[in-house]
Design a protein around this ligand. Sequence first.
Ligand SMILES: C[S@@+](CC[C@H](N)C(=O)[O-])C[C@H]1O[C@@H](n2cnc3c(N)ncnc32)[C@H](O)[C@@H]1O
Length: 88
Amino acid sequence: MEFNHKPVMLDECIEGLNIKPNGIYFDGTLGGGGHSKQIAKRLAEGGRLIAVDKDAEAIIFAGESLAEFKDRITIINDDFKNSKEILD
Ligand SMILES: C[S@@+](CC[C@H](N)C(=O)[O-])C[C@H]1O[C@@H](n2cnc3c(N)ncnc32)[C@H](O)[C@@H]1O
């Protein structure tokens, strides 16, 4: 399965997030994982990314493309409107 998607304003987002290696981040629209990959690359010990998408196909695709970061990413098939419950 292909997920042809160019992450929008990727550099601006990553710059704006000013990622801390031990920080906790939430991506509510994981999609193909473009933004999530750049966040995960900047995380270290204690850093965490919770990534959500309501589309099961996106979850499968992004899960594969983000496999190398599975120690610091939690991928969830859900709607971001449930972010409070997810993060709790
Ligand atoms: C434009 S893509 C995101 C692309 C991603 N940032 C990337 O870099 O690959 C938008 C994604 O948001 C998901 N989405 C849209 N509304 C959503 C919602 N309410 N909850 C969770 N995911 C949602 C869609 O399934 C789609 O995969």
